[in-house]
Design a protein around this ligand. Sequence first.
Ligand code: ADP
Ligand code: MG
Length: 274
Amino acid sequence: MKLVINNVSFSYKSVPALRNVCFELGKGEILSLVGPNGSGKSTLLKCIDGILKPHGGTIFFDGKQTCSMSSKELSKVMGYVPQSMTGAASMFPFTVFDVVLAGRKPYIGWSVSEKDIEVVANILRFMGIDDLATRHFNELSGGEQQKVMIARALAQLPQILLMDEPTSNLDIKHQLEVLQLIHCLCRNMGLSVVMALHDLNLASRFSDKMVMLKNGSIFAAGSPEKVITEENIVTVYGVRAHVSLTRLGKPQIIPLEPINPQPVKEIPARIAIV
Ligand code: ADP
Ligand code: MG
């Protein structure tokens, strides 16, 4: 498996969101996209998944242009976990099992097969959410919903998993659990991952490669040691930080303070607490 992002650019009407983004991903690799809010992470994931069509550049999956692949073909090789759960599944009372079974859509012919049921049951067990199978998706906590959405994407049996802030609703234990499960799938099954992450320490710990975006362009790319530096963080985020190496040799940051803090404004009388 090889994913090549070649010079990809995208604009929303006249607002440029991505400029000449290039990187490559091999089988079993984990790549984290980091960068401040609005730097283009979600837009890039949507371009890779084919939800948005790049205005410039090309994306190749195993040498084939993804824009020439049908959505069914694409969904057999890529699973996408969106940032928010505001899709249809969160409005209707589908069970967790049915939501994950919907991930089998690219494979289901006239009816659901025994294999589809088995794949879903195995993935629910793997993700540690088999006890939620008969619960209604819209009655779950944000963290439980996030795990279900990852399970749904895994049910597509993709070669590449695209995840937009997969840990944003999870407490620290579940953040580690989910990223360890994903890491295990990459190391043992050759799954490849591109994920947008806000937490630079988690990104550093779990990624083989990182891409740091600033205003839609790549500011830094490569190993976590190359990307997570005090200089890059101050330039891209405007935050002074202390970076040290963990026992495993991965950079770890402690944010110190913003370089240009917003001036404290006078609180209008209407919203003053006392
Ligand atoms: P990130 O995920 O890094 O926070 P996004 O990819 O969501 O960044 O956004 C990149 C830029 O594109 C931002 O300037 C954002 O305001 C803009 N943008 C995102 N979605 C839309 C949209 N649907 N319409 C117009 N502009 C958008
Ligand atoms: Mg985003």
